[in-house]
Design a protein. Structure first.
Length: 103
Protein backbone atom coordinates (compact mmCIF):
# COMPACT_ATOMS: atom_id res chain seq x y z
CA UNK A 1 0.00 0.00 0.00
CA UNK A 2 1.07 3.54 -0.61
CA UNK A 3 0.69 6.37 1.80
CA UNK A 4 -2.00 8.81 0.82
CA UNK A 5 -0.81 12.39 0.74
CA UNK A 6 -3.28 15.18 1.16
CA UNK A 7 -2.54 18.74 0.33
CA UNK A 8 -4.78 21.23 2.01
CA UNK A 9 -5.57 24.20 -0.15
CA UNK A 10 -6.17 27.56 1.47
CA UNK A 11 -9.86 28.19 1.85
CA UNK A 12 -11.39 31.43 0.68
CA UNK A 13 -12.54 33.50 3.60
CA UNK A 14 -14.94 36.36 3.93
CA UNK A 15 -17.51 37.64 1.53
CA UNK A 16 -18.09 40.79 -0.43
CA UNK A 17 -18.97 42.42 2.87
CA UNK A 18 -15.73 41.39 4.58
CA UNK A 19 -12.82 43.76 5.25
CA UNK A 20 -11.45 42.81 1.82
CA UNK A 21 -14.31 44.55 0.04
CA UNK A 22 -17.77 45.96 0.22
CA UNK A 23 -20.89 45.14 -1.74
CA UNK A 24 -22.65 48.24 -0.47
CA UNK A 25 -21.26 50.56 -3.14
CA UNK A 26 -21.13 48.10 -6.04
CA UNK A 27 -17.34 47.81 -5.89
CA UNK A 28 -15.09 45.26 -4.25
CA UNK A 29 -11.42 45.48 -3.44
CA UNK A 30 -9.41 42.65 -4.94
CA UNK A 31 -6.59 40.91 -3.08
CA UNK A 32 -3.92 42.73 -5.10
CA UNK A 33 -5.19 46.05 -3.81
CA UNK A 34 -7.28 46.92 -6.86
CA UNK A 35 -10.96 47.72 -7.06
CA UNK A 36 -13.41 45.69 -9.15
CA UNK A 37 -16.68 47.30 -10.20
CA UNK A 38 -19.44 45.84 -12.37
CA UNK A 39 -21.39 48.22 -14.59
CA UNK A 40 -24.49 47.69 -16.70
CA UNK A 41 -24.17 48.93 -20.29
CA UNK A 42 -27.12 49.11 -22.66
CA UNK A 43 -26.80 48.45 -26.39
CA UNK A 44 -24.01 45.84 -26.65
CA UNK A 45 -25.03 43.00 -28.95
CA UNK A 46 -21.83 41.29 -30.13
CA UNK A 47 -18.10 40.80 -29.72
CA UNK A 48 -17.37 44.01 -31.61
CA UNK A 49 -19.48 45.91 -29.07
CA UNK A 50 -17.61 44.26 -26.21
CA UNK A 51 -14.29 45.26 -27.77
CA UNK A 52 -15.34 48.86 -28.36
CA UNK A 53 -16.53 49.31 -24.78
CA UNK A 54 -13.48 47.51 -23.39
CA UNK A 55 -11.09 49.63 -25.44
CA UNK A 56 -12.61 52.93 -24.32
CA UNK A 57 -12.80 51.99 -20.64
CA UNK A 58 -9.25 50.59 -20.74
CA UNK A 59 -8.04 54.05 -21.72
CA UNK A 60 -9.14 55.50 -18.35
CA UNK A 61 -6.12 56.11 -16.10
CA UNK A 62 -5.72 53.37 -13.49
CA UNK A 63 -7.80 50.70 -15.26
CA UNK A 64 -6.00 47.35 -15.21
CA UNK A 65 -8.60 45.09 -16.85
CA UNK A 66 -12.00 45.18 -18.50
CA UNK A 67 -14.35 42.33 -19.37
CA UNK A 68 -17.51 43.20 -21.28
CA UNK A 69 -20.21 40.59 -21.92
CA UNK A 70 -22.78 41.59 -24.53
CA UNK A 71 -25.19 38.78 -23.60
CA UNK A 72 -25.66 40.16 -20.08
CA UNK A 73 -24.82 43.82 -20.66
CA UNK A 74 -22.35 43.65 -17.80
CA UNK A 75 -18.86 45.15 -17.85
CA UNK A 76 -16.44 44.19 -15.08
CA UNK A 77 -13.70 46.77 -14.56
CA UNK A 78 -10.66 46.34 -12.33
CA UNK A 79 -8.69 49.45 -11.49
CA UNK A 80 -6.00 50.61 -9.11
CA UNK A 81 -8.52 52.83 -7.27
CA UNK A 82 -12.23 53.56 -7.48
CA UNK A 83 -13.14 55.20 -10.78
CA UNK A 84 -15.14 58.35 -11.28
CA UNK A 85 -18.45 57.16 -12.73
CA UNK A 86 -18.60 60.20 -15.01
CA UNK A 87 -15.31 59.09 -16.61
CA UNK A 88 -16.71 55.59 -17.17
CA UNK A 89 -19.93 57.09 -18.58
CA UNK A 90 -17.93 59.28 -20.98
CA UNK A 91 -15.88 56.26 -22.16
CA UNK A 92 -19.01 54.16 -22.74
CA UNK A 93 -20.66 57.09 -24.57
CA UNK A 94 -17.55 57.46 -26.75
CA UNK A 95 -17.89 53.79 -27.69
CA UNK A 96 -21.50 54.46 -28.73
CA UNK A 97 -23.34 52.77 -25.85
CA UNK A 98 -25.22 53.80 -22.72
CA UNK A 99 -23.98 53.34 -19.17
CA UNK A 100 -27.00 52.41 -17.06
CA UNK A 101 -24.96 52.46 -13.83
CA UNK A 102 -23.40 50.04 -11.40
CA UNK A 103 -24.87 46.56 -11.55
Amino acid sequence: MTAETRTELPQATGSCCSPAGSCHDGATEDRAGGVTTVYEVRGMTCGHCEGAVGEEISAIAGVTSVKAVAATGLVTVTSQAALDEDAVRAAVDEAGYELVGRA
